[in-house]
Design a protein around this ligand. Structure first.
Ligand code: 5GP
Length: 176
């Protein structure tokens, strides 16, 4: 059952959609008249991904990459692939869409996994980044919001599998 957490709204639906429209416009400029494979990192980025790709005016095909590295509210530091891409990306332009960069370990793993498949280009985008939590250097091409080092839920992000369906990002107030 969903734990009854107290969640303080942190980034509203309106702020999310405005930022996503901005990033979408930038990516449209970059990829206009190009073929693009947009990779959704499961599970956390599914909501951001589906809003973002609707703001990009380019020829897009969709791919899904499943990884897990979290237990409760802490990163295990070990990335497990739960679903691999269904097609080769060699010679293609790839947009990697992640929900949040915390220690940077997952994004680094994903970047290396995709670059080893020889795409024509790789562009990274994360909705959220926690700069104070980085443990490995992690360059991102596009970031929605830089946030403090606190655990957030909603808009695809979970706590123990729950809260992904909140339409906004919230900060959890009452962890034991
Ligand atoms: P990293 O490898 O950068 O430490 O962690 C990346 C993954 O950890 C994200 O894709 C996300 O699934 C999870 N994660 C990191 N910080 C948070 C957070 O504040 N809230 C939630 N719900 N997940 C997080």
């Amino acid at each position: 059952m969903q734990q009854p957490l107290s969640i303080k709204p942190y980034i509203t639906e309106d702020q999310l959609q405005k930022k996503i429209a901005e990033i979408g416009a930038t990516l449209t400029e970059k990829f206009r008249n190009k073929q693009l494979i947009a990779v959704c990192v499961l599970k956390g980025s599914f909501m951001f991904y589906s809003d973002l790709i609707r703001q990009i005016d380019a020829d897009i095909t969709c791919e899904f990459f499943g990884v897990s590295s979290y237990h409760g509210t802490t990163s295990s530091g070990e990335v497990k692939v739960t679903l691999d891409l269904s097609k080769p990306v060699e010679g293609k332009h790839v947009l990697l869409v992640e929900d949040i960069v915390d220690t940077g370990i997952t994004m680094n793993y994903l970047k290396n996994a995709i670059l080893s498949r020889m795409p024509a280009s790789l562009t990274t985008v994360a909705l959220l980044e926690k700069p104070d939590a980085l443990k490995v250097p992690c360059e991102l091409d596009h970031v929605g919001f830089k946030i403090s080092n606190e655990f957030v839920v909603g808009y695809g992000l979970d706590y123990e599998g729950y809260y992904r369906n909140l339409p906004y990002i919230g900060q959890v107030q009452n962890f034991q």
